[in-house]
Design a protein around this ligand. Structure first.
Ligand SMILES: [Zn+2]
Length: 410
């Protein structure tokens, strides 16, 4: 097998290293040898584990102009999107085109693994799942893409048959993960049970939109904990958002966090979108809409953060760059920079069932080099000068240029 060299990368410890990669994994990490002439020279750029986007909506991405959300909150976004979808505004070709653009932007930022939720409603069935599978084929060897079948209507009870049928179609089409929004359902607990049943039968992972509300009485995360314990569910389980956990008393946060840790559920906060959507009714001391990150981390819960929606009716902004998410974790979540970077890189890989990259022999030869002095500096400046490697091969590069044109003095 061919050996490739990536030389002159600077680990966060300050050590300058040369990396040899063989067969897609790191063979060795040695002190930099200036005499080595082969391979790519990273010119002492900061060498980091690859970034991960553990929660995207690639069927909705980049539609901010096409679908207006007049209220700016979650309900308004859901209504606006549902009306547009029911009117047949989005074809599979359109989804493929926008998703492709979004993944290219993520890849150029340093992302080599993405989990996307896709609407799996009675109107679209498995259409979006199939569209994203086509996108995945186009990125083989560049980006790992996991597809979550996101049911929106009732999962159980009256009127649920069309949604159950759509979910079954998505699972049959090859969705990787069972998703849904049980906290929006009238029968929330039963909906969680149903999601676990479907996932267990199909041998899939679970990632539910969980408690995306500031109402502290909504706590379906406890139903998920209960399901893991009573069913012995062995697949990967993630709970995205968990906004209402952040609205609990500290004592309650800590007790619940311990239970989440015991159940092995990964919690995926989405600071960008929840800062945008939540708290619009609170004109003073507006809450941030984030989960109880500190209590979760202290309890030993795996916490990985994503951007969620990007430039669509759920979130008008977003740069498809996990360093933006990391900056919000630092500013709004009070997470230290190194921990924030872990939440948008290796923690996301673990939540997605991928091996972390710690620059040891045998690790995947996936990494990103950033022209930055430190992890803090990378998050603060988010410089566009980056090199992205997958399986030891350069797969994306971007460069930032800046010039200051001073007035010419005579
Ligand atoms: Zn989401």
């Amino acid at each position: 097998m061919t050996r490739t060299w990536i030389t002159g990368g600077r680990l966060p410890t300050g050590r300058i290293v040369d990396i040899a990669a063989v067969g897609g994994v790191i063979e060795s990490v040695d002190d930099h040898d200036p005499a080595r002439e082969e391979g790519d020279d990273l010119h002492e750029w900061l060498l980091l584990p690859p970034m991960t986007e553990p929660h995207a909506h690639l069927d909705k991405v980049l539609t901010a102009e096409a679908v207006q959300n007049p209220t700016g909150d979650l309900e308004g976004a859901v209504d606006a999107w549902s009306a547009a979808a029911a009117a047949g505004r989005f074809t599979a070709e359109d989804v493929i085109e926008r998703a492709t653009t979004a993944i290219e932007l993520l890849l150029a930022s340093g992302v080599t693994a993405v989990r996307t939720h896709v609407n799996t409603t009675p109107e679209v069935g498995a259409t979006n799942v199939r569209a994203l599978q086509k996108v995945r084929e186009a990125f083989v060897g560049l980006v790992d893409l996991q597809i979550v079948a996101l049911t929106r209507g009732p999962m159980v009870g009256p009127g649920s048959a069309p949604d159950q049928k759509a979910l079954a179609a998505a699972v049959a089409a090859g969705a990787d993960v069972v998703g849904g929004c049980p906290h929006l359902a009238e029968r929330a607990t039963e909906s969680v049970t149903y999601a676990f049943e479907v996932a267990a039968e199909a041998g899939l992972a679970i990632d539910l939109h969980t408690d995306e509300t500031l109402d502290p009485s909504v706590l379906t995360i406890l139903d998920m904990v209960e399901q893991v314990h009573t069913t012995g569910f062995s697949g990967l389980v993630s709970a995205s958002h968990c906004v209402s956990l952040g609205a609990q008393s500290l004592d309650a946060q800590q007790r619940i966090a311990e239970r989440i840790a015991t159940a092995g559920i990964a919690i995926l906060p989405q600071p960008q979108t929840n800062l945008y959507l939540q708290g619009r009714d609170h004109r003073t001391a507006t809450p941030r809409g984030l989960t109880a990150i500190r209590s979760l981390v202290e309890a030993g819960v795996l916490v990985a953060a994503g951007a969620d929606n990007v430039q669509d009716p759920y979130n008008l902004v977003g740069r498809s760059d996990p360093l933006e998410t990391a900056a919000l974790l630092v500013m709004a979540g009070h997470v230290l920079p190194d921990d924030a970077y872990a939440m948008v890189s290796n923690n996301g890989r673990k939540a997605l069932g991928l091996a972390p990259v710690n620059f040891r022999a045998g690790d995947p030869a996936d990494f990103v080099a950033v022209d930055a002095p430190s992890i803090r500096g990378a998050i603060a400046d988010a410089p566009r000068s980056r090199r992205v490697y997958r399986a030891g091969r350069l797969v994306a590069s971007s460069d930032q240029q800046m010039s200051v044109h001073r007035r010419a003095d005579t």
